[in-house]
Design a protein around this ligand. Structure first.
Ligand code: 5GP
Length: 120
């Protein structure tokens, strides 16, 4: 899938749409989800134009990949989520229900998170 430069996260990265930022570094931005599914729900995204985890893991540099996962770990530590626990999730493609075509890792924390995947 070609990268859509007008997807909502691309617009957040360009500063066209506000976000509640929690972390930023050379390669990564993280902000609170607008419709949280847990008491804490943060989205961690690469600044590069990657549609999905598939695109990212095939085409991103080692530095971009390291930065994204370092950021996830740092954010979890910074919000105090390590001891109680947290969950990360990234939807990729139609079966996953991915809505925004710019790679994002969800970080959920702040309550017992229940089953990893709902029963059919
Ligand atoms: P997906 O379903 O693609 O894995 O997740 C997309 C996420 O982006 C959803 O959890 C949704 O609430 C969030 N989202 C959609 N639009 C916006 C927005 O404009 N700002 C923020 N902060 N989150 C958004």
């Amino acid at each position: 899938m070609a990268y859509d430069t007008n997807n909502i996260f691309a617009r957040i990265l360009r500063g066209e749409i506000p976000c509640k930022k929690v972390h930023e570094d050379q390669h990564t931005l993280a902000f609170h989800d607008i419709n949280p599914q847990a008491p804490t729900h943060i989205l961690v995204i690469p600044k590069g134009s990657y549609v999905s985890m598939d695109d990212f893991t095939a085409n991103a540099s080692e530095a971009e990949i390291a930065a994204l996962f370092r950021a996830v770990g740092k954010i979890a530590r910074d919000i105090g989520a390590v001891e109680p626990g947290y969950r990360i999730l990234s939807n990729c493609g139609p079966d996953s229900g991915q809505e925004v075509p710019h790679l994002h890792i969800h970080v959920f924390a702040g309550k017992k998170l229940g089953r990893m995947i709902a029963k059919d």
